[in-house]
Design a protein around this ligand. Structure first.
Ligand SMILES: *[C@@H]1O[C@H](CO)[C@@H](O)[C@H](O)[C@H]1NC(C)=O
Ligand SMILES: *[C@@H]1O[C@H](CO)[C@@H](O)[C@H](O)[C@H]1NC(C)=O
Ligand SMILES: *[C@@H]1O[C@H](CO)[C@@H](O)[C@H](O)[C@H]1NC(C)=O
Ligand SMILES: *[C@@H]1O[C@H](CO)[C@@H](O)[C@H](O)[C@H]1NC(C)=O
Ligand SMILES: *[C@@H]1O[C@H](CO)[C@@H](O)[C@H](O)[C@H]1NC(C)=O
Ligand SMILES: *[C@@H]1O[C@H](CO)[C@@H](O)[C@H](O)[C@H]1NC(C)=O
Length: 405
């Protein structure tokens, strides 16, 4: 037997050649966004056009990706777009529908909520976060870079002038206004433990595209085929029901003190309890128009929704993953030695995917006093990343030259 085993060993492909530089195993979830010529009603009702003719996302999972922590309650989303807005429908199963926050631009995740994170140009910079509760209260903010890279919230909650897409404080008064509408099922169940059973809540968001792309290189008029990076999350607190109080007050929900931390259920799992890693978000693509439209008579409306086309390949993924492996490796090196390195062998040993720094495009790293920058070219794309996670890629042959700003 020994010679045979040896032969197999000697003829098996070398690890260098079998390394997958497309990084297929880390490719996130994708969703194709149809164009709609019929704006949603903004009532929070999933049965009204255009939603019945739009396919749902996959069900949300626990943020860690740990399959044994399967969410107790189902969640999914649908999306559609037109010239002004990206529309999002969130559908949340819930047995105890409650919400306390009635003002906008508050910390909405202290209630149960539905959250959208959008990085239109996929640079990990100036990404937007929108949170909404079952009372339609909204919080909208812009992050220059993720918190863990020294980023900070820019919103009307914390500063002025600020980034804001809401009517009263809009950063640019020409932007269409950010709107949300939640609807509970049954309609009277919110904050009322005596209404049983509760089925859940739906929320419709109208996200102004011009506000979402603010401070990014993405177009305020997305073309069919354009990609954005998006993720969704649902924060869920465990609650208990009070007894009716002695003053004749009704029963109410309160947070269960034996579960001090919230659950986080997400569309595409992050692997860590942190939504602020835009490089791990899902890939969405504005659908190509098709002559054949669906949903014409759904709900009696005129709703025309372009047929959803399969999401095409996000060609820059391999280049992005090489650079993000360098980023995570530098971060880990810095944590133990308080400095950065240009030694690719050391970095590769610390990278989330072993081989990522050595086996695809040649990686060049410059280390400065305050940080570092890496560049590479993989699979027809070249790009750079730096110590605050700013990631810029372009197709080779595209002479726009955004990399050297
Ligand atoms: C997944 O979650 C279960 C239940 O909390 C836990 O016992 C297990 O260790 C987790 N697995 C991983 C890989 O973290
Ligand atoms: C609008 O902006 C002002 C000033 O920053 C702030 O005090 C106020 O709370 C904001 N309103 C909302 C709804 O965010
Ligand atoms: C917050 O955003 C507003 C609008 O873009 C901008 O004018 C302001 O300089 C920003 N503030 C900070 C501290 O980033
Ligand atoms: C937009 O970019 C400018 C210039 O870099 C910056 O001063 C401003 O704070 C940014 N706005 C937000 C909301 O981050
Ligand atoms: C909602 O607010 C009321 C009044 O402050 C409080 O008693 C209750 O515990 C809150 N509910 C939850 C679930 O936090
Ligand atoms: C969404 O975000 C969560 C939390 O960061 C992450 O675990 C998950 O992979 C992301 N999903 C997608 C599709 O990117």
């Amino acid at each position: 037997m020994l010679p045979l085993i040896l032969l197999i060993f000697l003829t098996s492909p070398s690890p260098a050649r079998s390394f997958d530089c497309t990084f297929a195993s880390t490719y996130p979830l994708t969703y194709s966004i149809p164009y709609t010529s019929f704006p949603p009603s903004l009532t929070g009702d999933p049965s009204l056009p255009p939603w019945p003719s739009v396919p749902p996302s996959s069900p949300f999972v626990d943020i860690t990706g740990n399959e044994t922590l399967e969410p107790r309650l189902g969640t999914n989303f649908k999306m559609a777009y037109d010239e002004d807005y990206l529309y999002v429908l969130g559908v949340l199963e819930e047995t105890e529908v409650w919400a306390n926050i009635t003002e906008d631009n508050q910390v909405i995740f202290q209630d149960n909520d539905f959250e959208v994170f959008i990085d239109p140009s996929g640079t990990n910079t100036y990404y937007k976060e929108i949170e909404v509760n079952a009372l339609s209260s909204l919080w909208n903010l812009c992050l220059n870079v993720p918190y863990s890279d020294g980023g900070y919230e820019n919103s009307s909650r914390v500063m002025s002038p600020s980034f804001d897409m809401l009517q009263d404080n809009k950063t640019d008064k020409h932007w269409p206004t950010l709107k949300a509408s939640s609807k509970t099922y049954p309609s009277t169940c919110i904050n009322d433990p005596t209404t049983v059973p509760n089925k859940g809540w739906g929320v419709e968001l109208a996200l102004p595209i011009s506000g979402i792309v603010y401070n990014t290189t993405s177009s305020p008029s997305p073309k069919p085929g354009d990609f954005w990076r998006i993720n969704f999350s649902r924060v869920e607190w465990r609650v208990l029901t009070s007894p009716p109080d002695s003053n004749g007050g009704g029963e109410y929900y309160y947070k269960d003190p034996s579960y001090p931390n919230e659950d986080n259920w997400v569309w595409s799992p992050m692997g860590v309890v942190d939504m602020h890693e835009p490089d791990k978000w899902g890939i969405v693509q504005f659908a190509h128009p098709q002559s054949e439209a669906t949903g014409g008579t759904e709900g009696g409306g005129e709703g025309k929704v372009t047929k959803v086309t399969p999401v095409s390949r996000y060609g820059s993924w391999g280049c992005r993953e090489v650079l993000m492996n360098v980023y995570y490796a530098q971060k880990s090196f810095y944590a133990s030695s308080a400095k950065y390195t240009s030694d690719l062998r050391i970095l590769d040993s610390l990278a989330p995917v072993e081989g990522a720094c050595l086996k695809c495009g040649k990686v060049e790293i410059e280390v400065y006093d305050e940080g570092w920058r890496a560049r590479t070219e993989v699979g027809g794309w070249r790009g750079t990343v730096n110590q605050v996670r700013k990631l810029v890629v372009e197709e080779v042959g595209d002479e726009e030259g955004e990399l050297d700003e």
